[in-house]
Design a protein around this ligand. Structure first.
Ligand SMILES: Nc1ncnc2c1ncn2[C@@H]1O[C@H](COP(=O)(O)OP(=O)(O)OP(=O)(O)O)[C@@H](O)[C@H]1O
Length: 274
């Protein structure tokens, strides 16, 4: 019997995006990107600052229109935001004027999900991110890490098949960041593989974060996709698995793309390369 064919969840064909700057010049943020992401894949997107990662994510979210090319999600060409797609932004993704549980429920409320049903869904996800005890708190009473947990609970509670996270953990301390990576992976695998996983696009600047999370790492350089790497190591990926030769080889390759690798293979601090 032939193996099952992966269902395509995201398809980008020759996507381009230009911006006009205030001084009248144009910038080609995305030049010509074509790629396919199958359902359930956890994709990390990495690349130097300004290479177009957030622009691409915003286009898949439907918040920005491509200047050219097409974006198909779950078989349908997108023409704006849709409830099958959810986004966690770099900065605030939580409404400060709503209590925690109301934030998590908000998308479901907008879609007309009955109050008791949406409350049950919100409670399930708040529990899964470890925030059951603060459901009636205001966002201002929470730490930065807790706010990220609320944002993650919200995007999962909304039920989107495609979740986009733009450097969600960039501003967090080392320990909180690792805890939230585990929370995210746990939710992504919430049915233990019994049902289709959400498809995730996760932008990060952190090579180790990409290696810990991803099935696949897309590397961007000035508006183009420059590398597409598969990470096959089993999860959970602990310190030892990140030191396995195949993982170290991928890390070297990523550091090379980011300009952080000498020809000898030794990583260097940014800005100190000869
Ligand atoms: N609204 C805009 N108007 C004009 N130029 C823009 C706009 N948004 C993005 N750009 C430009 O497009 C390019 C890509 O920006 P983008 O934010 O997508 O990069 P990025 O890879 O996400 O960067 P970072 O990693 O620093 O967040 C940059 O040159 C940026 O200045």
């Amino acid at each position: 019997m032939s193996p099952p064919v992966d269902r395509r969840m995201i398809e980008l064909a020759n996507v381009q995006r230009t911006f006009k700057r205030g001084d009248g010049t144009t910038v080609q943020a995305i030049s010509d990107v074509s790629l396919t992401v199958p359902e359930g894949e956890f994709v990390c997107m990495i690349g130097t600052s300004g290479c177009g990662k957030s622009t691409l994510l915003s286009m898949v979210a439907g918040l920005l229109e491509p200047s050219d090319g097409s974006i198909v999600v779950d078989g349908r060409e997108i023409d704006g935001p849709g409830r099958e797609r959810g986004m966690v932004f770099q900065k605030d993704s939580v409404f400060p004027w709503m209590r925690v549980i109301d934030n998590v429920e908000y998308g479901l409320k907008c879609r007309g999900v009955p109050a008791s049903e949406r409350r049950a869904i919100a409670r399930t996800y708040l529990q899964r991110v470890g925030l059951a005890h603060v459901e009636t708190a205001w966002p201002r009473e929470l730490s930065g890490g807790m706010l990220k947990r609320v944002a993650i609970a919200t995007v999962f509670a909304n039920g989107g098949k495609v979740l986009m996270l733009d450097e969600p953990f960039g501003a967090l301390d080392y320990v909180t960041r690792h805890q939230l990576q585990d929370v995210l992976l746990d939710l992504w695998d919430e049915t233990g593989g019994k049902a289709a996983r959400r498809t995730i696009l996760f932008v990060t600047h952190d090579v180790d974060e990409a290696l810990s999370l991803a099935d696949r790492i897309l590397v961007f350089g000035t508006g183009r996709l420059v590398d597409d790497l598969r990470v096959d190591a089993p999860r959970p990926r602990d310190t030892d698995s990140l030191l396995q030769p195949d993982m170290v080889a991928i890390k070297h390759r990523l550091l090379g793309h980011l300009g952080l690798e000498r020809p000898t293979g030794r990583a260097v601090a940014r800005g100190t390369a000869a």
